[in-house]
Ligand binder design. Structure first.
Ligand code: NBP
Length: 471
């Protein structure tokens, strides 16, 4: 009998996703460009399972029941285009090709346009959860036609992480919308990772705490409704982990250069194009860029002198370093708010028709940014479908009112001691700008009219005005 499901690309993600599908009752066929990897998989993790292999694409498609459901899990970019080109001649009407890689959403838009004329279905699907998520249940963000989605709905529902109100997968929208939502998910993730790192840095350099003490604080945070999350949980673990060779804190031996594969950059570029204000997410991207300039920073520290920081209190460990926690909570809220703002604008601009509560729902399990806060986000958009900014939801507004003094204090202490906190300070400016009815851009408008006759509006009468500023 023919297999239910086909997978192309036996990287760590592909291997785990096919094991997940098989565990859920879907017999599978796997194909990989380098056949030795297929053999190694079939004789290793795939042994004794309802998984067979194919050494060429003709054999691969022949082993699949029709309509075929094929998931590509290969490197994003040229590799994905290469696989599409090779497999297209073998696919027939009603067959479905799913790209589960981290594709740039505009690539998915292009591929959908090209492939729709070839009369097989195409789904661009964001997958989050890393290797473990792929095996045990990821969060999945599929975009394409509704009809194509229906053809894999049952499979995806079973493979996905499960939370109280259902599986962590839903129909996202047309064309590149699934990859777009995954991109923004990653942008939010960049934000939260930087935010937690800033909290760690302040506790280490300003409060003079060691890794175990800092880890304890993350443990306390992980028990609160506001911060309980996968990223806080793994931060607690990372900070507690020792180097087996000498028992010293492992994180202190790790080079302070953060990598990136593009999704954070794409999030910020999209935000700029859509006119979304995302300073917290941008600050996290810039944090990684700055971190990569290690040799320059080492030189600059010699030129400007190494900081000598006096120990300063920022709360006590037993109360979860309350001002730092305030900064972390508000910056995390800002990251989600800014991500949701990008989605709201993209939904209009690209006609994605995104359903915000469902997106929050499928992020509650399986993915890297899963957190209890997402329940509040889901509720906020359910209660007020026209919500423009998460900060305006009553629960989130209350958080901001209560925690703004703590965030302010944290940023002030950081500024006085010279410790950079780009996400905290960007969040403070973001909130302070957002809550200010009158900003100083009246003066910007005056200058623009002065040098370029760009005209301005007035607050006291209707119309467009110009002044001869210079006589
Ligand atoms: P990789 O991103 O390392 O991709 C490895 C796979 O791509 C192998 O099967 C490799 O075949 C295949 N491949 C390459 Br590279 N070039 C190819 C080409 N020209 N033609 C055909 N196949 C080609 O694996 P991964 O980390 O499992 O990630 C797979 C996808 O999932 C990526 O798009 C990634 O961004 C995305 N993703 C990864 C994670 C994660 O946590 N790792 C999470 C979510 C999404 P070979 O064996 O012959 O070289």
């Amino acid at each position: 009998s023919k297999a239910h499901f086909g997978l192309v690309g036996l990287g760590v993600m592909g291997e785990n996703l096919v094991l997940n599908a098989e565990r859920n009752g879907f017999s599978s066929v796997v194909y990989n460009r380098t056949y030795s990897k297929t053999e190694a998989f079939l004789n290793g993790k795939g042994l004794g399972k309802k998984i067979s292999g194919a050494s060429d694409l003709q054999d691969f498609v022949n082993k699949l029941e029709r309509p075929r459901r094929i998931l590509m899990m290969v490197k994003a970019g040229a590799a994905t285009d290469a696989v599409i080109e090779q497999i297209s001649p073998y696919l027939q009407e009603d067959d479905l090709l799913i790209d589960g890689g981290n594709a740039l959403f505009s690539d998915t838009e292009r591929r959908v346009l090209e492939l729709e004329s070839k009369s097989f279905g195409y789904i661009g699907m964001g997958v989050s959860g890393g290797a473990k998520g792929a095996l045990e249940g990821p969060s999945m963000m599929p975009g394409g036609t509704k009809a194509s989605y229906k053809a894999i709905e049952n499979l995806l529902n079973k493979m996905a992480a499960q939370v109280d109100d259902g599986p962590c997968v839903t129909y996202i929208g047309p064309r590149g919308s699934g990859h777009f939502v995954k991109t923004v998910h990653n942008g939010i993730e960049y934000g939260i990772e930087q935010i937690l790192s800033e909290g760690y840095d302040l506790m280490k350099r300003v409060c003079k705490m060691n890794c175990d003490e800092i880890s304890d604080v993350f443990g306390i945070w992980n028990k609160t409704e506001e911060l309980s999350s996968y990223l806080v949980e793994i931060t607690e673990i990372c900070l507690r982990t020792k180097d087996p060779t000498d028992g010293a804190d492992l994180v202190e031996k790790i080079m302070d250069k953060a990598g990136q594969k593009g999704t954070g950059l794409w999030t910020v570029v999209s935000a700029l194009q859509l006119g979304a204000s995302v300073p917290t997410i941008y600050a996290s991207l810039n944090g990684r860029v700055m971190s990569s300039m290690k040799s320059e920073r080492v030189k600059a520290e010699k030129v400007f002198g190494k900081l000598s920081i006096e120990r300063t209190d920022l709360g006590s460990p037993s109360n979860g370093m309350s001002p730092i926690m305030d900064a972390v909570v508000l910056s995390t809220i800002a990251s989600y708010a800014q991500g949701m703002e990008i989605l709201r604008l993209a939904s209009e601009e690209y006609k994605y028709d995104l359903h915000m509560p469902s997106i929050a729902q499928i992020w509650k399990g399986g993915c890297i940014i899963r957190s209890t806060l997402l329940q509040r986000i889901q509720d906020a958009f359910n209660n007020e479908p026209q919500l423009t900014n998460l900060l305006m939801d009553p629960w989130f507004a209350e958080q901001i009112k209560n925690r703004l003094p703590g965030l302010t204090k944290t940023v002030a202490v950081a500024a006085q001691t010279g410790v950079p906190v780009p996400c905290f300070s960007s969040t403070l400016d973001y909130i302070n700008s957002y809550r200010t009815a009158r900003l100083p851009q009246n003066l910007v408008q005056a200058m623009r009219d002065c040098f370029g006759s760009h005209t301005y509006e007035r607050i006291d009468k209707e119309g467009s005005f110009h002044t001869e500023w210079i006589n």
